[in-house]
Design a protein around this ligand. Sequence first.
Ligand code: FAD
Length: 514
Amino acid sequence: MARSVVVVGGGTAGWMTASYLKAAFGERISVTLVESRNVSTIGVGEATFSTIRHFFAYLGLEETDWMAACHGTYKLAIRYENWRDKGHYFYHPFERSRVVEGVSLADWWLHKRPSDDYDRDCSVIAALCEAGRAPRFLEGNLFERSLTGDEIRSTMAEQTTQFPYAYQFDATLLAGFLTRYGTGRGVRHVLDDVVDVAADERGHLTHVRTRESGDLTGDLFIDCTGFRGVLLNQKLGVPFLSYQDSLPNDRAVALRVPLDMATQPFGPYTTASAQDAGWIWTIPLFGRIGTGYVYAGDYCTPEEAERTLRAHVGPAADDLEASHIRMRVGRSADSWAGNCVAIGLSSGFVEPLESTGIFFIQNAIEQLVKHWPGGRDDERLRRSYNRQVSNVMDGVREFLVLHYVAAKRADNAYWRDAKTRPMPDPLAERIEQWQVKLPDEDTIFPYYHGFEPYSYIAMILGLGGLRLRAPRSLAMMDDLAADKELRLIRDQASSLAERLPSHYEYLARLHQQG
Ligand code: FAD
């Protein structure tokens, strides 16, 4: 049984891993985390997935424990701007499609076309985003009680309901928070550079050599060194499989823009605003906006990208320093080799559309605990782990490629090329299928990857670039129940938008308690 763990890297991945392992195993394992003073963390990664709540719950943390310290806000949806036509927007909410008379409401909507806006017709969350509401009443109750899903120390793979929100937070503050959490529970923290990595003849790591703190030995080594992949890629030579042929965005430029939330209200969502060579994220945190332009270096220079980002932000960006980032898009062929497991950017990364970086980290940690090594069956555990982790990333890759293919926008070379670029193998066939029958469990990427059919449907109906057909059967069915459901959603949405506090009001109170 592996009982002594060395984590190399102190970014979001390193500290999430060290904290989680301590929460899982307590004193039964020793965890040492070494991070460099000289190599900075990536410094972005602020928007998350709704399953992140399982991570905090596993650590025994409530929102009041950590949100204020990390300038946290709520995220109920992603708002996509300009992906269909300039000026158009729609929401991808954390909300499943309802079912009427055994048929998805999305099919009914496609059949009836009551408006151009599937999101606002069929989801309550879209209305809460429009109204800038929090997902909880001031006394703390969630707006939809049946969705609380407060399982004790569950992991995301077992989630059966769709929880209606995720968080946005300052990744650097989260790493600091988790440093205190982890060291408070016995993680040994070494601030030093790893200058050499040693392996035996089987390809098992024996120790990492630091500049000033000697050799660190362990049974299991976790490579959280970011895009460098110091242990897995550099030392063990595990190849990196690029996704760049189908996802060309390989650069980003980011800004941190101060914001006074009391006077500048902000909605509970992340915005992805399409641009000439990519898209700009806008993530409201409590006290500032995180924003950045993700773009393809083949279509835009860093200087042009920075100019575009500054123009998008406006005068608030004056005098702020921008950071330019190169992204390694793809995944390691295997994330676990020998006794080394890469977690975070060293394992893999697709571009930040749909905010999956931290989701990958959480998935990897949860799976590592379920596949814990240290016996004769390690080889089989490794194979199973690697398959699961690769499937998650390959599935997300497909979902993201769909965004560009299904976007109606085709007004320049970047957006036109998006329609003809090579696709991951089965995706073209799936898209043909979805044009005559909206995505369902049987037709999306067949392995767990965090996205359900409802997300594919919300994107296809919002992006507007595919020709779609409603089931013929609906023309011969009574549509009274569908009309009633659409009216019910409208009534529920307007009642909730009236009764729920504003995003700011709720957060201001929560942050006071924190
Ligand atoms: P890093 O933050 O790069 O940390 C690497 C660590 O390794 C550092 O502590 C460094 O000091 C250490 N290190 C490196 N070499 C050595 C050495 N030789 N010795 C000792 N220490 C060493 N994810 C989301 O979920 N949501 C988002 O909105 C999102 N947006 C993103 C936007 C962009 C532009 C990018 C590039 C990524 C985004 N991500 C997002 C992904 C997210 O940022 C990462 O998944 C997350 O920050 C984890 O990074 P990391 O810890 O793997 O690597």
